[in-house]
Design a protein around this ligand. Structure first.
Ligand SMILES: O=C(O)CCC(=O)c1ccccc1C(=O)O
Ligand SMILES: [Mg+2]
Length: 387
């Protein structure tokens, strides 16, 4: 196997996009109408192109789209001329100076090119014990054998009137989803009514999870979750503000429902703080916000070592970012719960040529080299943003 050392980064291009959602999507944070992000294309000396996506969520962490746009002209030249493996090391070194989504997009593009070079999927690359170069054919076969072919996913239902949410939940169950996540807000009666109605409509076996996106305080959380105990909730994401680690830890003791950390997880350090405070039983890992697939892997391994289970989710980005997260989920045996990756149908267009079907509540990571997906250039041009 030839080493990737001969493979040099010749240039990096980036294109901002703004893709409308099919219909607006509401959480306790905001009402999302369009999704903005940046597609990165990395050209190598062998003529291959690696792609990646930067799609920050400013209300979470890691900066704004403008922050990412602002840093790319400075980072790109520092990667240019480097071998792919040196570029990964360089990104690690720059880690603290880059918005996490920038690091995520650049790292994805490097790994996509690396996977194409070794003719293995990104999932296989991520399942290697180490990215020591070059992996032998046996290393790659061993890693490939650990990759799951199919990843169970949940669907997510935006905050809305009970009747409409129940109808969407019915449709999701009919499509084969066995896990449904409901976005909820700071209303006690409406939330309990919603959970009861969805549970009644779906029967006892579907997994139901809630996402409060920080909109509750301790007493409201205790009331809602105590009232929902009967309806069997898999877990609730970020019930309390991200700063309230003590409240999260106390809530875990006060209610018999698992508490998941989401907004509070902005990097490895924040994950360590949550683990140290015993503030969550589950981690929601968004590779865009964690700083890319490899940083996500570090967080997932530390969490797992502490008995905390992890879920990988999208940030409602395009197919480029979602397929990266799907490869990550497929590569890691630690990931056993349903992942929040069924979000491409929310967008008018996913910007990729391939389709990533959701069948019976599962998604399959591509086996083609690298990410295994390619940009629809004309569509990217059509949705090119003005950022
Ligand atoms: O988890 C999912 O099913 C989809 C991902 C999701 O809900 C989400 C998407 C964009 C921004 C925030 C969130 C969130 O989990 O809070
Ligand atoms: Mg969440």
């Amino acid at each position: 196997m030839s080493t990737s050392r001969q493979l040099i980064i010749e240039g990096i291009r980036w294109t901002p996009y703004q893709v409308p959602l099919r219909s607006s999507f509401t959480s306790a944070h905001e009402r999302l109408v369009t999704r903005d992000g940046i597609i990165v294309e990395l050209h190598t000396s062998s003529g291959t192109i690696g792609i990646g996506e930067c799609a920050p969520l400013p209300e979470f962490s890691g900066g704004t789209l403008q922050d990412v746009m602002g840093c790319l002209p400075f980072v790109a030249p520092r990667l240019q001329g480097l071998a792919l493996s040196d570029a990964l090391a360089q990104l690690d070194q720059l880690q603290d100076t880059l918005p996490t989504a920038a690091r995520c997009g650049l790292e994805t593009a490097v790994l996509d090119a690396l996977g194409q070079h070794y003719r293995c999927s990104l999932a296989t690359l991520l399942a290697l014990p180490d990215l020591i170069e070059p992996p032998t054919a046996q290393d790659l076969a061993q890693a490939a054998s650990q990759v799951r072919t199919s990843v169970p996913v949940n669907t997510v239902i935006g905050a809305q009137e009970v009747e409409a949410a129940v109808e969407q939940a019915r449709q999701a169950a009919a499509q084969g989803f066995s896990c449904i996540k409901l976005k909820v807000g700071p209303q006690l009666r409406q939330t309990v009514e919603l959970v009861a109605a969805v549970r009644a409509a779906l029967g006892p076996t579907i997994h139901l999870r809630l996402d409060a996106n920080e909109s509750w305080d301790f007493e409201l959380a205790r009331s809602i979750l105590s009232s929902c105990e009967l309806w069997s909730i898999q877990y609730v994401e970020q019930p309390l503000p991200r700063t309230d680690l003590a409240g999260m830890a106390a809530l875990r003791r006060a209610v018999p429902i698992s508490i998941a950390a989401d907004e509070v997880l902005s990097d490895l350090e924040s994950a360590r703080r949550v683990l140290a405070r015993n503030a969550a039983g589950i981690f929601v890992i968004k590779p865009q916000l964690a700083g890319g697939p490899r940083q996500s892997q570090r967080m997932i391994r530390e969490a797992t070592a502490h008995g905390v289970r992890c879920v990988i989710t999208s940030t409602i980005e395009s197919g480029v970012g979602v397929v990266m997260a799907l490869h990550l989920a497929a590569a890691m045996p630690e990931i056993t719960l349903e992942c929040g990756l069924a979000t491409l149908p929310l967008l008018i267009d996913d910007l990729i040529q391939e389709t990533l079907p959701i069948e019976n509540g599962h998604m399959t990571s591509p086996t083609a080299p690298g990410l295994g997906v390619h940009l629809k250039q004309a569509t990217l041009t059509r949705y090119a943003g003005s950022n």
